[in-house]
Design a protein around this ligand. Structure first.
Ligand code: NAP
Length: 252
């Protein structure tokens, strides 16, 4: 049975209708968080995650919205706080790679969407969380989901995506230092290749089989393994960790 509004800390997770975000929603619920499940388009999938969170005894709400739109970000925070109370934690997880290929072949639409969702979306959600915090003082932690790509550069696949995650890492370090005196931690998690639909959406459903031999652990991550790293950073167990990026890359 779900608990009453505000009795548990609330986390807003962007892009939580599937993949790493959905696994993070369930792991956060097990840690005692109520969860706002943001999604872009797949309402049934988001509602399925909400149902699973509620089955774990926590409150949850699905909040639609493109993270690259300020109006949508404002609306999603409004809905989340109305349903769950003040947002205490934000996970900036929504992200896209665009099609796999060489940089010279990338079209302007994909370049703009990758930067808009991965970078601007992270900025807008963090800024919105801080604006709310100025009113209620509840925000404790922001976790930005980066990628192993930010250090490998992803040559031949999506260097522009890799660079967008480099921007996210720099933002994590700088904002973490800026907010430390306020008691707000800002951390990143850089996943290695993980079994989600992101590879099929990039145009190569079999990418996991191609890249697995290059990973020291010899396999891709399951979304739940990345979720564990994210949720640890959300908890007081990580109270002395800020302005840094935790690599969960299988050794890459
Ligand atoms: P995924 O399975 O493709 O899921 C992406 C999620 O983001 C979906 O819930 C999708 O919602 C949502 N989304 C997409 N565009 C959005 C937008 N504009 N606004 C709000 N939500 C949006 O991706 P994933 O593999 O779990 O990746 C999650 C994060 O991990 C991303 O930041 C990605 O870059 C990073 N990462 C992934 C891997 C990997 O190998 N999977 C490795 C390193 C880093 P809808 O379904 O409703 O559209």
């Amino acid at each position: 049975m779900a608990t009453t509004k505000g009795s548990n800390p609330a986390v807003l997770i962007t892009g939580a209708s599937r993949g790493i975000g959905a696994a993070t929603a369930l792991a956060a619920a097990r840690e005692g968080f109520d969860v706002a499940v943001n999604y872009a388009s797949d309402h049934p999938a988001a509602e399925a995650v909400v149902a699973q969170v509620r089955a774990l005894g926590r409150n949850a709400v699905a909040v639609a919205g493109d993270v690259a739109s300020q109006a949508a970000v404002t609306a999603m925070f409004d809905q989340a706080e109305q349903a769950l109370g003040p947002i205490a934690a934000l996970v900036n997880n929504a992200g896209i790679t665009g099609p796999i290929g060489r940089f010279a072949d990338v079209d302007i639409h994909n370049l703009e969407r990758i930067l808009a969702i991965n970078v601007l979306g992270t900025f807008l959600c963090a800024r919105e969380a801080l604006a709310r915090h100025a009113g209620h003082g509840a925000l404790r932690v922001i976790v930005n989901v980066s990628s192993v790509a930010s250090t490998t550069g992803s040559p031949g696949e999506y260097v522009h995506y890799a660079a967008s995650k480099g921007a996210v890492d720099t933002f994590t370090v700088g904002l973490g230092k800026e907010l430390a005196a306020q008691g707000i931690r800002v951390c990143g998690v850089a996943p290695g290749s993980t079994f989600t639909e992101i590879h099929a959406k990039a145009g190569e459903p079999d990418r996991p089989a191609r890249v697995a031999p290059k990973i020291p652990l010899g396999r891709l991550a399951q979304p739940e393994e990345i979720a564990q790293a994210v949720v640890w950073l959300l908890t007081p167990a990580a109270s002395y960790v800020t302005a840094t990026v935790l690599r969960a890359t299988g050794g890459l």
